[in-house]
Design a protein around this ligand. Structure first.
Ligand code: ZN
Ligand code: ZN
Ligand code: ZN
Ligand code: ZN
Ligand code: ZN
Ligand code: ZN
Length: 361
C-alpha cells in the first residue's frame, strides 16, 4: 500500500508489523529499554526499525491505541495506516480532508482532483470549460482558451475579456466598455475640464509649463471615429489637438485658437493621460517644435501621458503603464520607450532640450 502523489512523487511504504519477538536474555549484558514507555524490558519484546518495545507499548501516535497490523512511521512515531493519513497526508485546499492517491498541486497547495476541477481550476470565460492546454489571460483574472483569441470581445480601455461580464456598455462608435471603465468614465465636459487642469499641473511640476492659458483652450468630447477624421498632428487614437490660425491679409498670424478633442467616456486615468499627451503637443507647438520625426514627437508626448498615469495609483493606471511599456507600435511604443529612457537617465532638462531639437528639424 502506498500514497503516491502525481506531482511530487512522495511515497510512503507502510511496512507490515512483524512481531519480531525476542527475549531480553538474547542480550547478554544490557536489557533493552522500551522506546514506548522508557522502562527496562524484561521478557519478550518487539523490535521495530531497530527499536525495542513492550508489545503493549506499540501504540499509534495519533489515536493512542495499540497497533497490531500494518503501520506507518514518521519522525520516530508509529501510526495506524488510517491515522497516518489523518496526521500526515496532504490536506486538500478546498475540502480540508486528507488526500490519498493522486492529487493536484497549485502554488504549493494540494487538492483532490475533483475538488480542483470543480472549485480551483481556471475556467474559460467564453465556453466555461476547464482550461487545459494553451490559454490567454487578460490581466484582470479573465482566462480564455487560446482558440477564442480572435473572437472574444474586450473592453476598449482596459482590454478585459467581456465574455461573461455584466454591465458592459456598447457605444455608438463601436467601442465596448466594461462596467468598471464605464463607471470611472469621463462622460461630461466639466469632468473633462477638471482633468485637463490636473494634466496641466502635472506637466507644470515636470517643468513643462504652457504659455497658452488653459481657459483659452477649448475642449470637446467626441466619438472615437471623429478623432480619425479630424486628423491633426500624429495618429493619436483617443485625442487630438488642432490649432487654427487667424492671419492678417499679409499672412501674419494674429490669433491662434487651440482645440483639444478627447474621446468621450474614457475612464478617468486614460483621459488624464490623453489630455497630458495633447497638452504636450500644445507645448511643442508654442515653441515651434511640433515638426520632426513622428517617433520623437509622439514618443515624447507619450512621456507626458506616462507622467500623468504615474500620478494615479490605481489598477487601471498600472495596467495602462504596463501596456505602454509593451506597446509594439514603432511611434507610440518604441519611440515612447526611447524618450522615456532619456527622461529617466538624463533628467527633464536634457529631455526637453532634445524634444525641442528634434521637433525643429
Ligand atoms: Zn513499554
Ligand atoms: Zn491510530
Ligand atoms: Zn478535497
Ligand atoms: Zn473556451
Ligand atoms: Zn474596462
Ligand atoms: Zn500625439
Amino acid at each position: 500500500m502506498s500514497f503516491r502523489s502525481k506531482q511530487t512523487g512522495w511515497q510512503i511504504i507502510l511496512a507490515g508489523l512483524f512481531l519480531l519477538l525476542m527475549t531480553s536474555s538474547a542480550f547478554a549484558q544490557q536489557p533493552p529499554t522500551c522506546s514506548g514507555c522508557g522502562k527496562t524490558i524484561v521478557g519478550s519484546y518487539v523490535e521495530i526499525e531497530g527499536k525495542a518495545y513492550h508489545k503493549a507499548c506499540v501504540v499509534c501516535a495519533e489515536c493512542g491505541k495499540r497497533i497490531l497490523g500494518q503501520y506507518g512511521s514518521k519522525d520516530g512515531n508509529l501510526y495506524h495506516p488510517d491515522c497516518y493519513e489523518q496526521a500526515h497526508a496532504p490536506r486538500c485546499g478546498v475540502c480540508g480532508e486528507p488526500i490519498v492517491g493522486q492529487y493536484v498541486t497549485l502554488e504549493g497547495q494540494a487538492y483532490h482532483q475533483d475538488c480542483y476541477r470543480d472549485r480551483v481550476a481556471k475556467r474559460c470565460v467564453v465556453c466555461g470549460e476547464v482550461i487545459q492546454g494553451q490559454y490567454i489571460e487578460d490581466g484582470w483574472g479573465g482566462t480564455i482558451h487560446a482558440r477564442h483569441h480572435e473572437t472574444v470581445p474586450r473592453c476598449d480601455s482596459c482590454s478585459r475579456f467581456l465574455a461573461g461580464l455584466s454591465g458592459t456598455r456598447h457605444l455608438d462608435d463601436g467601442r465596448s466598455l466594461c462596467a468598471d471603465c464605464w463607471r470611472g468614465g469621463v462622460h461630461d465636459l466639466p469632468h473633462a475640464e477638471r482633468l485637463m487642469g490636473e494634466a496641466q499641473r502635472i506637466l507644470g511640476e515636470a517643468g513643462i509649463g504652457l504659455l497658452t492659458p488653459l481657459e483659452t483652450i477649448s475642449l470637446e468630447l467626441v466619438d472615437k471615429q471623429k478623432i480619425a477624421t479630424i486628423g491633426g498632428v500624429g495618429g493619436d487614437t483617443y485625442g487630438v489637438h488642432e490649432v487654427e490660425s487667424k492671419r492678417t491679409s499679409d499672412g501674419r498670424v494674429i490669433l491662434e485658437e487651440t482645440t483639444i478633442y478627447l474621446v468621450r467616456d474614457l475612464p478617468e486615468e486614460q483621459a488624464l493621460a490623453v489630455l497630458a499627451h495633447e497638452l504636450f503637443h500644445v507645448w511643442q507647438h508654442e515653441r515651434g517644435a511640433d515638426g520632426g520625426a513622428a517617433q520623437w514627437r509622439e514618443g515624447s508626448a507619450n512621456v507626458a501621458g506616462w507622467l500623468a498615469l504615474q500620478s494615479r495609483n490605481t489598477e487601471l493606471a498600472r495596467f495602462l503603464l504596463e501596456k505602454m511599456d509593451e506597446a509594439p507600435d514603432l511611434t507610440y511604443g518604441t519611440g515612447f520607450r526611447r524618450a522615456k529612457r532619456l527622461y529617466e537617465t538624463r533628467g527633464k532638462v536634457v529631455f526637453l532640450e532634445r524634444v525641442l531639437l528634434e521637433g525643429k528639424r
